[in-house]
Design a protein around this ligand. Structure first.
Ligand code: NDP
Length: 690
């Protein structure tokens, strides 16, 4: 597919429901490989105040009316649509200097993150417009006053100011949780690679899956955008610490306490364990990990390994092994056969790296590559201006030299540093003053534990790599949707991803206090102490739509006999002394023989089910089981089940009928209302309507 004309002319922004071509001025953006101009990026003419207002009035309201599951499905459908355009995005991506593997990280990685978030939201949250978090909090002696935490969508927009290195993933990993949270997005990609982000947003808009106002795009500067934000908005920033600090201290951000999540530079380290010898598989794993982190995306990854911390006795071996691996890295046009590393994203990025390496080499020795290296490039019409070779530096005294812990060369550049003891390795790691990720390559779990415990407080993520997990390891450099991405201090102090946490960052957490019945009405979840209701019909005879949260059934009673215990013990094979040995049971904490806990919940099921086929299709789980008091021979038990929560499920093609999940609160008591067991059961219940 050919790239449409819009990418070689003027950039376009998507504002207030229209595509607006950039006005005069702006920045010329070049193909990183051949230096040809791709487009001029400008946001001149955009009305940023109107954009914010548009997002707040249309996007926020439309998303706010959708349930979490509906938003999650929309995100999934957008990802499905984008998947069909993948080849087109790959073609554009190569112009940023990305090899096929680099594009895979950016494009497929971004889409996978969207799918992952859609699944996380539908699995972990109820199908409501809000989220209930954590268990009920009892606040009074008689249980009439309690509290719950809920999260509701912020009534504003989220502004995402992104870095140049991941024009696709960088946007998608942030918009997915925001949209699922119900907060419309305004995306501002870095100018130099904005044409790829624009292509993706064009497809998102063309798919018409998201409601109007849910997404807007700014190609070019943000003008006075930040002046128009308020306390309901959120800003995320990925880029240099200098810009981040400047934006974070914007008067309006400070005055309105606008949440500002920052992901900045990070001098990530990888430590080779002291126990690893050159012949161990871990040594080869270490070399492979360092060289692939140096060369993937030409080292332009916030998670790339900048500091290579190795036992002093292995510095030579590590250096030689890395050199011989880096020798094999073919540089050039990323679309040409055999090329493993493309150019940096632009010429100015090369200037930045040259300056950083010049500054580093005042304090470190250049062992490989560097500013004066000759580079061989493969491919027709390749222009050298944006290329920089893999470069290894050596810092002999890392504990006494600040430069390699503070100067970031955002490219294929790493510095080797020696250590003499694990304590020293930890001290060197800490000198990064906060990193996104650190890794340890060792087969010695004691060593790994020492390093993790010493350095975890300085890192957002730590990978321990060894022969057991290497084959399936996702690697040092890959942030994952389910794991926290972000680090303290120098890394910006922010937090992204991390499973459902990411969605909650765009919502307001509020503690709601009141009576259990009021809290049940607000949260649509039953809690102990709330008023329950019942009808003549057994709840298992009711369809999903007919069941009401708080509806309950109290069963008949059953007296537990010695025969029950003997029968259950023989059936299950559980002859634990507390059930069978009169003397031992007398000396135990129970004082006498007790019924099996699993007998109690089995007996409870027999008491509360309605046996005939009906709308309740299956029991597929039990959660939060607690045995509170023992049941002795002669005790009489009774069960109360209450509809605790209802979650409507999407009908899949293979489903015979539409269904929903009903969570039941189960309370087993014995005489004198003593609670014996508490738990929740999950049932699949048929819906009347699709
Ligand atoms: P910048 O800080 O210059 O740019 C980052 C983003 O901020 C871009 O979208 C940029 O837009 C925008 N921006 C710059 N100035 C302003 C401003 N005054 N107002 C509003 N937006 C602004 O970073 P670089 O492009 O130089 O990125 C390289 C650095 O980013 C690296 O040094 C690296 O450490 C860091 N980085 C960190 C990552 C992380 O996850 N922690 C990931 C990737 C990079 P424009 O391009 O239009 O100027």
């Amino acid at each position: 597919m050919l790239i449409s004309k819009s990418y070689i002319m003027k950039s376009k922004s998507y504002a207030c429901g229209s595509w607006i071509q950039g006005g005069p001025g702006g920045t010329e953006v070049r193909d990183a490989v051949n230096g040809k101009i791709i487009c001029n990026v400008s946001s001149t003419g955009l009305d940023f105040e109107k954009m914010v207002e548009y997002g707040r009035t249309l996007g926020s309201v439309a998303l706010g009316d959708m349930t979490v599951h509906e938003r999650a499905n929309a995100v999934k459908n957008v990802a499905k649509h984008l998947l069909t355009k993948k080849d087109y995005f790959y073609q554009i991506s190569s112009k940023t200097g990305a090899t096929k593997l680099d594009s895979w990280i950016d494009i497929d990685g971004g889409l996978a993150t969207m799918f992952s978030y859609s699944g996380i939201a539908r699995r972990e949250f109820a199908n409501e417009t809000f989220i209930v978090e954590g268990p009920p909090e009892t606040l009074s002696a008689n249980g009439t006053f309690a509290a719950r935490h809920i999260l509701t969508s912020k009534k504003g927009v989220s502004v995402h100011i992104n870095a140049f290195n991941f024009p696709c993933w960088g946007m998608l990993e942030k918009i997915a949780p925001s949209l699922i949270a119900g907060v419309p997005v305004i995306v501002k990609p870095a100018t130099v690679s904005a044409y790829l982000t624009q292509a993706v947003v064009e497809e998102i808009v063309a798919s018409k899956i998201l409601p109007e106002g849910a997404i807007q795009l700014i190609c070019g500067g943000v003008g006075d955008l930040l002046d128009h934000l308020n306390e309901q908005d959120v800003v995320t920033f990925t880029g240099s610490a200098t810009t981040g600090k400047q934006l974070r201290s914007h008067p309006n951000i400070i005055d309105n306490s606008i949440p500002f999540n920052m992901e900045a530079d990070s001098l990530n380290c990888s430590i080779l364990g002291q126990s690893v010898s050159v012949d161990d598989p871990e040594f080869a794993l270490f070399i492979k990990e360092i060289s692939s982190e140096m060369t993937a995306k030409a080292g332009q990854k916030c998670t790339a390994i900048r500091r290579v911390i190795v036992p002093a006795t292995k510095v030579d071996a590590v250096t030689e092994a890395l050199k011989s691996r880096l020798d094999k890295v073919v540089m050039g046009d990323p679309t040409a056969e055999g090329v493993r590393m493309g150019p940096l994203v632009g010429r100015s990025q090369r200037t930045d790296i040259r300056n950083a390496v010049a500054a580093l080499s005042q304090h470190c020795e250049v062992m490989y590559g560097g500013n004066d290296a000759n580079i061989q490039l493969v491919g027709d019409g390749v222009e050298e201006d944006a290329f920089y070779p893999p470069t290894l530096l050596y810092c002999a005294k890392p504990l006494a030299t600040d430069a390699p812990h503070s100067i970031e060369a955002f490219g294929p550049v790493s510095t080797i540093m020696p250590y003499d003891s694990i304590d020293q390795a930890v001290a060197i790691a800490r000198l990064g003053r906060g990193s996104l990720v650190g890794s340890i390559v060792t087969y010695d779990d004691h060593e790994a534990t020492q390093i993790v415990m010493g350095a975890a407080a300085f890192h957002g993520r730590m990978l321990v790599l060894n022969r057991d997990c290497a084959k399936e390891s996702t690697g040092h450099g890959s942030p994952l949707p389910t794991l926290v991405h972000g680090g303290p201090g120098r890394a910006g102090g922010g937090e992204e991803l991390g499973g459902s946490r990411a969605i909650k960052h765009y919502m307001q957490r509020t503690a709601i206090q009141g009576s259990p019945t009021t809290l049940m009405a607000i949260t649509r979840e039953y809690m102990a102490g709330a008023k329950t209701s019942s009808t003549d019909r057994h709840p298992f005879r009711k369809y999903f739509e007919e069941l009401v949260v708080g509806e309950s059934l109290t069963t008949h009673r059953r007296t537990v006999t010695e025969a029950d215990i003997v029968n259950f013990g023989c059936l299950s094979g559980d002859h634990f002394y507390a059930h069978f040995d009169e003397i031992a049971a007398k000396d135990s904490l129970f004082g006498q023989r007790v019924a099996h806990g699993y007998f109690i919940i089995s007996a409870a099921a027999g008491m509360f089910v309605d046996p005939a086929p009906g709308p309740v299709l299956a029991n597929y789980g039990l959660e939060n089981l607690r045995f509170i008091e023992p049941v002795h021979i002669g005790d009489t038990i009774q069960v109360k089940i209450t509809v605790k929560q209802k979650i409507k499920k999407d009908r899949r093609p293979e489903d015979k009928s539409p269904t929903g999940v009903v969570l039941w609160d189960v309370e087993v008591t014995k005489q004198d209302k003593v609670i014996v067991a508490l738990y929740d059961i999950l049932t699949l219940v048929e819906r009347k309507r699709d």
